[in-house]
Ligand binder design. Structure first.
Ligand SMILES: [Mn+2]
Length: 407
């Protein structure tokens, strides 16, 4: 094709778009210069939705257009007909196409009828061109590019285009000014002045004992390190496990298949540091919530240390085996590391529980905020209590529970 004929083909596509409102994406030029051998037999163009064999490269529902032109302005006939068993039963279109004429054949016509360029014995030495425009199917990548172009076209010069570049700034602004949950600094559990002073003394002793813990083991989740990664973790008290497992012979009073450790919470032959931790905690519990321990001492204490702000974390989790609320305190020398707890009403609350106890419900999601320094965590929790016939209702309100439910 010469540059000029290429421009002519382009002009044809523009004319189709202007006259018929359909944009085509493909054009093929066919030349007929001899009337007997150069013709087109009855056929339908291969189109999706048109009954035919073979590949169907035309887009379903699209039309094709025949732009006719010839050397000396001669006209050649084009026909559309109904055909049964290869025989014409009804000719619905038969015209000598003038040079420069444009014929539209829509998808319904292509599907229902057959078209052809009949033989013309008188046609010799002249050239008749059919420039046929179609919409053919594109590959996925091509269609995606076209879709993106369409979107870009839609936005070009529009109001949205003026606003779009500022969206990241807007997000940044809303993020920076968003209302954060305030850190609750008041202790959830209020004590008298005398008890508070006694508590602080005991917390200082507990803190010193925690610094001396010679452990290196971590608490890990079922999926390794999913929720917990700590310098060390250690627990003692009225713990539970699969019933029958060494030390867990006593069946839980309402949890099937669970056994309770009924031995001494802290054996007399345990290392000094373990006894020190346990006894200090028992004294602390006596101060802050004596009914939590009860006479049987059905509770556990969990101790943990985090000291690497990049490596250590407690991600959001629930302590699903709990049968009551927890009491949590933090010791050490650190910044951040607040407790973020989901409350019973679905909102979340951030607690600074440094050197003061917060009551939370471990059966609601909770986690530790990023921290820097050395952070010890001491948590009282319960997975068994002989005074309870069933778990206490989930509650995040700092109020006293009723322990005399049943036996
Ligand atoms: Mn927890």
């Amino acid at each position: 094709m010469t540059h000029r004929s290429l421009r002519r083909a382009q002009a044809g596509a523009e004319r189709i778009e202007h006259d018929f409102g359909e944009s085509t994406n493909h054009a093929i030029l066919i030349a007929y210069s001899e009337g007997e051998t150069h013709h087109a037999p009855f056929h339908k163009d291969k189109q999706e939705g048109v009954e035919q064999t073979g590949a169907k490269d035309m887009v379903r529902g699209s039309s094709f257009y025949v732009l006719s032109f010839s050397d000396e302005g001669d006209e050649r006939r084009f026909e559309i007909a109904d055909l049964i068993d290869g025989k014409v039963t009804d000719t619905i279109f038969s015209e000598k196409m003038a040079s420069g004429s444009l014929l539209k054949v829509d998808a319904a016509t292509n599907a229902r009828y057959w078209h052809w360029l009949p033989k013309d014995p008188a046609w010799r030495g002249r050239v008749r061109y059919s420039l046929i425009y179609r919409t053919i199917k594109r590959g996925k990548v091509r269609r995606l590019i076209e879709w993106l172009r369409g979107v870009a076209e839609f936005f070009r010069g529009s109001f949205a285009m003026l606003v779009l570049p500022f969206l990241p700034l807007w997000w940044l602004f809303t993020w920076a000014t968003a209302e954060r949950a305030p850190v609750v600094t008041a202790a959830a559990l209020r004590l008298s002045e005398a008890d508070e002073s006694a508590l602080q003394t005991k917390l200082t002793a507990l803190e010193a004992a925690l610094y001396r813990v010679p452990l290196r083991t971590q608490r890990r989740d079922a999926v390794k390190k999913r929720n917990f990664n700590q310098a060390w973790q250690y627990g003692q008290g009225r713990q539970v496990n699969t019933v029958g497992l060494g030390g867990f012979q006593t069946p839980h009073n309402f949890r099937k298949g669970i056994g309770v450790y009924m031995g001494e919470a802290c054996r007399t032959d345990a290392p000094v540091w373990k006894r020190e931790l346990w006894e200090t905690c028992a004294e602390i519990l006596e101060l802050i919530d004596p009914s939590y321990a009860g006479s049987a001492g059905d509770y556990c204490v969990n101790f943990a240390r985090m000291d690497d702000s990049l490596e250590h974390y407690v991600k959001e989790h629930i302590d699903g085996h709990d049968v009551a609320y927890q009491l949590a305190v933090c010791l050490g020398d650190f910044k951040g590391g607040e407790l973020r707890c989901t409350l019973a009403d679905g909102t979340s609350q951030m607690y600074d529980n440094t050197r003061k106890f917060v009551q939370l419900d471990g059966r609601l999601p909770h986690r530790v905020e990023p921290f820097i320094g050395v952070r010890f965590s001491v948590i009282f929790y319960k997975v068994f209590d002989r005074r309870l016939a069933k778990a206490l209702p989930v509650t995040s309100c700092p109020r006293r529970a009723s322990w005399r439910a049943a036996r």
